[in-house]
Ligand binder design. Sequence first.
Ligand code: 59J
Length: 588
Amino acid sequence: MRRRPRNSLRLRLGVVAGLFALATFALVVRAVDLQVVRKDFYQRQGDARFLREIAIPTSRGQILDRNGEPLAVSTPVESLWANPPVLMEHAERIPELAQALGLDAAALRERLADRAANRREFDYLRRHLNPEQAARVLALDIPGVNSLREFRRYYPAGEVMAHVLGYTNIDDQGQEGLELAFDHWLAGKPGSQRVIRDRRGRVVENVELVRPPEPGRDLHLSIDRRIQYLAYRELTATLLEHNASSGSMVILDVPTGEILAMVNQPSYNNNARGAAEPSQRRNRAVTDLFEPGSVIKAFTVAAALESGRFTPESVIDTHGGNLRVANHTVRDIRNFGPSDLTRMLTKSSNVAAAKIALELENQQLWSVFERIGIGQVTGSGFPGEASGVLPPPQRWGTLHKVTMSYGYAISTTALQVAQGYAALANGGVLQPPTFVRGTRRDARRVFDPAMAARIVAMLQTVTEPEGSGTRAAVPNYTVAGKTGTSRRATAGGYESRYVSVFAGMVPASAPRLVGVVVVNDPRGGSYYGGLVAAPVFGRVMAGALRLLDIAPDRVLAAFDVGPPVHGDAAEAIQDIPGELAGLVEPTP
Ligand code: 59J
């Protein structure tokens, strides 16, 4: 082994020490350079980087129909925002920016100057642009102009679903309808992230994720979009044909209480609702009250049968169609002669209903109305649902009781009437209505099952040749239901404006669907429920039964209901089948 010379070691130590000294000197020079010579430059650079916590946008859940068809979807859009203090440093570019945004340059400048003076670092320039529009503005590369991802709600069915869905505001929060009622379910929770931005506001580095975004949950409605369209189309056509001011239709699935369709006119486009009047936006089927009139007689019959004083065959003398009670005359449209309870429904005798009421305790009639939910909200959860009016029985006078038996002095929503008919259709079990697929609310038995079935059978005569509602008939199916025509109540009494109603169920032999049609102010000549509302029911249910593949329960129609009523009223009147022909008043 060779020996290392001592001087070689010394030399090496000297070199290392020299290098250390050099390095130390270099560091001192650098420190002096940084802290003294180039101080200003680095201080500015340090200030120019901002640590910020920013929101990570997340989308709202979709609203889908019962078959998964989209009813409300969120599409990504770009919103442009400014950092006013930065942008004001480049104020000469404001006219160029204003032009690209379609804004007034002077107004924009004034606003930005104001925000900058208040040291605000975020101000929306324009929201909800499509990506191409936003890219065009960003391409101008103006300092202090940035973009942000947001979501915009889109409603593919527009006015057909507008009342039920409602809408969201620009910040994606539910404002009306189910968008409001289910906001807690649909809304996502934005996440949050720590980032470094440069002075122009651009994110230059993602530091850490503080909280991941939680997207909103989807909502599957009970609505069947196809049936909804059908109901909307037929209701709209009928309102035009009869020159009516407004109307509603509700369809319920009998075993579950699910709302399959709910439409109203007038309507509006909830994608662009700026111009819509409040009267166009109301979901009348749950917010608007009307005196139900004769459709209530099915429940008067229920009270009569429950009292044990009547059977479906009990015969009532209808007094030549006039009955004086207190200072009021109860009138039928003509003399129906002696009528049993079935005939009272077939022909819709007010006098027979009144005579039943005179035999009942207030409590007996009240109890039936109370059980089907008159005077109480159905609890569907729809914002602004009306409860209607059912005065307490202690306060009823005789005339009160009598008018209630044929549907006046109480008020209901279309949805409440549907709920009551669904209880009859469902063997006496009331299944409260729901807008959400597959959810069932607490059911309650409100009628004896045998009695409910009897009333359904009695109501079937209404759509048969002798009845007031033949136009609700559906080829190859049995239909049970009730017509109603009421003069509309005003402060001064009852005026010559009418509400035409039909409430019914199909197939009558084993009801699956309940439908209620309400038409306000038909002014086209005919206004009877049997002529105006019943045909809507018949046409919509024919389509719904086919769409839902519900088997026909009648091999061949025993009579022909004739073509649907179209064209002018005079022509329609000549075409009236059966009993109604004698009732129609000539058009002036
Ligand atoms: C009627 C009422 C008003 C309120 C009367 C309809 C009363 C009454 C005070 C006159 C048109 C008309 C409390 S008619 O629904 O009897 O559905 O197709 O508005 O009776 O006492 O020019 N319905 N309608 N009555 N008021 N007050 C019939 C009937 C009913 C029909 C037709 C013909 C009325 C068969 C209504 C229908 O059953």
